[in-house]
Design a protein around this ligand. Structure first.
Ligand code: FAD
Ligand code: FES
Length: 285
């Protein structure tokens, strides 16, 4: 973002899925390029003092549009769900540090929970477009709002349901749920990712890099396993935000320095993407 000012966004689509999920397409002339992991701040209503941060799920710079995937959790996101096609709303962005691109030859394992799918779906399409072997695992407890297809076992993945839109561009993927749901891995999405990793050859394991976004306990569990297994990767964190551009210091997260040292970093500018091993998970959860 070259300067800090809100842009006017027009709602092109806004579709609600089930009780708590929705996706939205906004035309935001002047927003420019957005990288996977970056987010926007949305002004959800004049009576709401603070804007709300949402990851960009897809971006089309030629058409000047972005897509968002949101969960209704409170007053701001509920307001978002009522936005009508053609309405204009204020958007600030793109904001934050994006995911870093891995070296060629890397094998990427992406682990998403809930609406944490948004930045990882964007990243997966970006990585596979660069010819990188990319597998995404998504833990979802709500009704799935996307088209699914049944996949046979292969390439280290067991039989099960996958997201059609990712499959069609070459991103292998599988779904997990803590409920017993037909076609989904029954258990933690982190365990599904671990089982996939264990089926890789030693050479394949050496090239693995992890990316994650979702509930804190899920990311902390993945970070713990990554540390034990000597794997590196990145996590996109959430924090309550006010300004979104580094001024109010309202969004800090604890990171680890050498030895026992602890520091605070602003999630909006030094994040939301951090190295997995940099985050002080113990004090975040
Ligand atoms: C960088 C970033 C990217 C995000 N991307 C997405 C996304 O792609 N899709 C999506 O649905 N949500 C995303 N979020 C979370 C989203 O910003 C919050 O759900 C939203 O601000 C809640 O606003 P509200 O007014 O609906 O809820 P409120 O009425 O403000 O709060 C309702 C409940 O949600 C909790 N909550 C509020 N804000 C946050 C937050 N920032 N993090 C964690 N819990 C919160 C509150 O503690 C409370 O329990 C992201 C957050 C960040 C920081
Ligand atoms: S939200 Fe203001 S410094 Fe991050």
């Amino acid at each position: 973002m070259s300067s800090i000012h809100y842009l006017s966004a027009q709602v092109l689509r806004n579709e609600r899925h089930g009780a708590d999920l929705g996706w939205m397409r906004l035309a935001v002339p002047g927003l420019g390029e957005v990288a996977p992991g970056q987010f926007v701040q949305l002004n959800c209503g004049e009576d709401l003092t603070l804007p709300r941060p949402f990851s960009v799920w897809a971006s089309n710079p030629d058409e000047g549009t972005i897509d968002l995937f949101y969960r209704i959790v409170g007053v701001g996101s509920a307001r978002l769900a009522t936005w009508k096609i053609g309405e204009q709303h204020a958007v600030l962005g793109p904001l934050g540090r994006a995911f870093s691109l891995p070296p060629s030859g890397s094998r990427l394992i992406l682990v998403a929970g809930g609406v944490g799918l948004a930045p990882l779906d964007f990243l997966a399409r970006h990585l596979v477009g660069r010819g990188l072997e990319t597998v995404l695992f998504w833990g979802i407890e709500s009704a799935v709002p996307f088209a699914l297809q049944r996949e046979a076992a292969g390439s280290g993945l067991t039989e099960g349901l996958s997201l059609s839109h990712l499959h069609s561009v070459g991103v292998k993927n599988r779904l997990a749920s803590l409920q017993d749901r037909e076609g989904m891995y029954h258990g933690y999405v982190t365990d599904l990712a671990k089982e996939y990793y264990q089926r890789l050859t030693e050479d394949e394991r050496a090239s693995v890099r992890l990316y994650t976004c979702g509930p804190l306990p899920m990311m902390a569990a993945l970070a713990g396993w990554a540390a034990e297994s000597g794997l590196s990767g990145e996590a996109s964190l959430e924090a309550h935000m006010a300004c979104g551009f580094g001024v109010c210091v309202g969004c800090v997260a604890g990171v680890r320095g050498e030895g026992e040292k602890r520091f605070y970093r602003r999630v909006c500018v030094e994040g939301p993407v951090f190295a997995l091993q940099e985050v002080d998970w113990q004090h975040m959860c």
